[in-house]
Design a protein around this ligand. Structure first.
Ligand SMILES: Cc1cc2nc3c(=O)[nH]c(=O)nc-3n(C[C@H](O)[C@H](O)[C@H](O)COP(=O)(O)OP(=O)(O)OC[C@H]3O[C@@H](n4cnc5c(N)ncnc54)[C@H](O)[C@@H]3O)c2cc1C
Length: 390
């Protein structure tokens, strides 16, 4: 698709808004051959390539100014082998679609907390989500990848074939070729005990939640966001606009043990909403709305740390004086199975860090970004031992 095409403006967007990055063309690959043709064309015409899967890169790496966007979202095949507990899928398949297909067999591979990211994109990032403490990062369950190299050659990457490429793909970012197909290990995960728990966002509760999540059994993973409560229907109106700690929690262990797993979190006190229940695992990924809404413009910074205690007071202070269209501080406690894999076994650089934390401010106008970045950087500065970038 070229700039002269009526649909080009929409085709040249990603999840986040930002600067005007206008590619020369967008190529939609439907199969492996299309990817090979696109890579060779870009090479022969000296065009930079941006591979785009789900388009969720916060740095907007799914676009390139004047280059070729190679959109692989059409590579969305999926086959499950329940006997070997493996699944092979196109790299452009979304995590939500993969999860739904695997669930038909009572099986799952862990991705992130959002169903619309592509499995290829989250794999080259690392992949931390609702099953990470139980069965590792997404990359820890990757068995093989089919890759189109910058030469336009098709290669297999696994522990046995091109092991250096296999190492790099697992958390090294989208720099090593176009991943076209992935094979993952599956785990038996039919029902989980999970859902949303909403607590007041006080500094004590933020610190207490992090401590409880670290002490919890591996079967539990949680993604917690301190934010101003939007008008969610399950919260009484008087809580809308107040500072809450909204956690999506997933316990993939024995359902009978789940009440004990969750008790330390409920004991933090002041529970505002408790929607934790036995659910099929795919329900951890609720439908995502806002189709047609403008792409959010964000200042977003991620830090890999061992504690968030030092930032809790600042988070609460910032929520007392929110800026932008939305402001949030999110954290997830990792550890567990994430640490079973040796640090040097994959390109993922943060395995030794216990917590993935990020601060974000969304704005409606790019002119507001300096103020948003000041707020974000002001918060992450409290994370003294933070290593940036995910
Ligand atoms: C709302 C939201 C929630 C998120 N939640 C989580 C989470 O819970 N856990 C987590 O780990 N991450 C999370 N992320 C981060 C996300 O997983 C990564 O940014 C991921 O790389 C996005 O993949 P994508 O294909 O959707 O994005 P894209 O922007 O299309 O791609 C991201 C990067 O991967 C490269 N890439 C994509 N596909 C391929 C491919 N087939 N071959 C080679 N390179 C490729 C791109 O070139 C780009 O550099 C979240 C991001 C957002 C916006």
């Amino acid at each position: 698709m070229l700039a002269s095409d009526a649909a080009f403006a929409k085709a040249a967007t990603v999840f986040y808004g930002g600067d005007d990055t206008i590619p020369a063309a967008v190529a939609y690959a439907r199969d492996l051959d299309d990817v090979v043709v696109a890579v060779r064309h870009a090479r022969e015409n000296d065009l930079e390539i941006a591979v785009r899967g789900g388009g969720h890169s916060p740095a907007r790496h799914g676009l390139t100014d004047g280059g070729l966007v190679l959109d692989v979202s059409g590579l969305d095949s999926m086959s499950v082998d329940p006997d070997t507990r493996t699944a092979t899928a196109g790299a452009g398949l979304t995590a939500g679609a993969y999860t739904a297909s695997a669930a038909e067999h009572g099986l799952a591979t862990g991705f992130g907390d959002t169903g619309t990211v592509s499995i290829g994109g989250i794999t080259v990032a690392g992949g931390a989500g609702f099953l990470s403490r139980a069965s590792g990062l997404t990359i820890d369950n990757l068995l093989r990848a089919q890759v189109v190299t910058a030469d336009g050659d098709v290669v297999e990457a696994s522990e046995r074939e091109h092991p250096d490429l296999f190492w790099a793909l697992r958390g090294g970012g989208g720099n090593f070729g176009v991943v076209t197909e992935l094979t993952f290990r599956l785990h038996p995960v039919a029902k989980v005990t999970g859902g949303m728990l909403v607590l007041p966002a006080t500094a004590d509760i933020i610190r207490g939640f992090a401590a409880a999540a670290e002490a919890a059994p591996r079967s539990l993973s949680a993604v917690s966001t301190a934010m101003i409560a939007p008008p969610m229907p399950f919260l009484p109106p008087e809580l809308h606009g107040t500072a809450v700690l909204l956690s999506f929690m997933c316990d993939s262990g024995d359902a009978a043990a789940a009440p004990a797993v969750y008790q330390p979190f409920r004991d933090l006190g002041g529970v505002l909403a408790d929607m934790i229940a036995p659910i099929p695992y795919p329900q951890m990924f609720p439908p995502e709305g806002n189709a047609g809404a403008p792409a959010p413009i964000v200042a977003l910074s991620t830090a890999m740390v061992d504690s968030i205690d030092s930032v809790a007071d600042a988070v609460v202070g910032a929520l007392a004086n929110p800026i932008g269209a939305m402001q949030a501080f999110q954290f997830r406690i990792l550890g567990g199975a994430v640490r079973d894999m040796p640090h040097e076994a994959t390109a993922y650089a943060h395995r030794d860090r216990l917590i993935m934390a990020n601060a974000v401010v969304a704005v409606t106008d790019r002119d507001e970004l300096p103020q948003a970045w000041a707020r974000v950087n002001g918060l992450t500065a409290h994370l003294a031992d933070g290593q940036g970038a995910y």
